[in-house]
Design a binder for this molecule. Sequence first.
Ligand SMILES: CC(=O)N[C@H]1[C@@H](OP(=O)(O)OP(=O)(O)OC[C@H]2O[C@@H](n3ccc(=O)[nH]c3=O)[C@H](O)[C@@H]2O)O[C@H](CO)[C@@H](O)[C@@H]1O
Ligand SMILES: C=C(OP(=O)(O)O)C(=O)O
Length: 443
Amino acid sequence: MSRFIVRGGQRLSGTVKVHGAKNSVLPIIAASILASEGQSIIRDVPMLDDVVTISKVLQSIGVDISVQPEQEQAIINARYISNCEAPYDLVRQMRASFLVMGPLLARCGEARVALPGGCAIGTRPIDQHLKGFEAMGADINLGQGYIEARTRGRLKGAKIYLDVASVGATENIMMAAALAEGTTVIENAAKEPEIVDLANYLNAMGAKVRGAGTGLIRIEGVEKLHGVEYAVIPDRIEAGTYMIAAAITGGDVYVEGAIVDHLKPVISKMQEMGVEIRADENGVHVLAPHKLRAVDVKTLPYPGFPTDMQAPMMALLLVSEGTSIVTETVFENRFMHVAELKKMRAEIKVEGRSAIITGGARLTGAKVCATDLRAGAALILAGLAAEGETVISGVHHIDRGYVNIAEKMQALGAEIRRVTEEQDAELDDEAPALQFGIQPTLA
Ligand SMILES: CC(=O)N[C@H]1[C@@H](OP(=O)(O)OP(=O)(O)OC[C@H]2O[C@@H](n3ccc(=O)[nH]c3=O)[C@H](O)[C@@H]2O)O[C@H](CO)[C@@H](O)[C@@H]1O
Ligand SMILES: C=C(OP(=O)(O)O)C(=O)O
């Protein structure tokens, strides 16, 4: 297994370009299953491990998909589907694989998808997805760890009120409803930018989706959808992570491609902390102040502060002046990074769903483990501000959501290296300063 080694203390400066959004490209690739005619060309595809996983899911059902890393695109032809099962081995690697359920059910009248199960950040049930499919006339069964759904004829449009404004349930139902008979109305729908991106893609394929981005989405089912060419939106969480990297190192960084509208809650909190943020039509310029002020943060569904930015934000609050309270309301167990940050001398106390952070920490490097994707990002960020060397394991989590994070940070002046297990063993015997003489290796 690879590790990241970060040597803190460098001020980041320069320009970093944001890749396409992971949370858009995954449902968009799943939605391409709905096209019984033509091929889809998806552009600005981030070359992430999750993209490889969803591609394997599509291949396993007989869809012709070719991912082209150089062109950052995926070409998908879903005219023929050979089976309707998404196997456990793939679904367990990535919960978003469950997003093929809606498209498969709508396209084939049946689907068998492994139950995704819980993960480090929470139990993450799928009851709202299933409630939607049932309301549209599907029979649902759980057998041998698989959800089996079947419908006689086409799915039927229905009125569905979501108990929680779930991103995944909104997407899955929206995709199923696109080919249903009649109109589906989703109430208390999630409003995230990635929902709007998926709706735009579906509409370009010939669907009739209205109201995406509001709490009420209306989908008039159509008989057929076709492939199209489509570019996914930039990743607002990746953008936010680089904005924090600039702020935590006292830096001066232009984050190219960041969409200000998608980042309002993050920008607003960073401004409250004293960070100067200048936006233009191509991105945001982040200028760190001499001192950062503590602020309280509460995660909420969009347009509230994103849960995916909670751990990175916590890293920034560690170096601010004063006490901050971070409250996580979206996932019930998303403080796994706290124990790891404490190894770096962070002062954090967790009380229920809140973490109380004593700012002004003099962070020191340590051996830490990324327990999930954004926990990993937070450890890299803390490592950039820490004295000495931080060695981060559990890198596969980080690779799920960040393209070339070490290389992108290096280009801004950070001292960060990815090393393989073998290199790591050799390096144990060497002086730490020598470690940054090694060429970066992508394991
Ligand atoms: C691939 C992707 O897009 N992932 C994002 C998506 O995850 P995901 O779509 O899984 O997140 P949801 O919006 O569904 O989950 C939000 C909350 O609703 C609960 N819930 C969800 C579904 C359900 O049927 N029943 C239920 O109770 C979850 O346990 C969680 O507490 O949105 C999350 C919330 O913004 C982000 O953190 C993830 O990065
Ligand atoms: C929780 C996340 O993703 P996923 O839903 O794919 O686990 C995330 O992107 O932070």
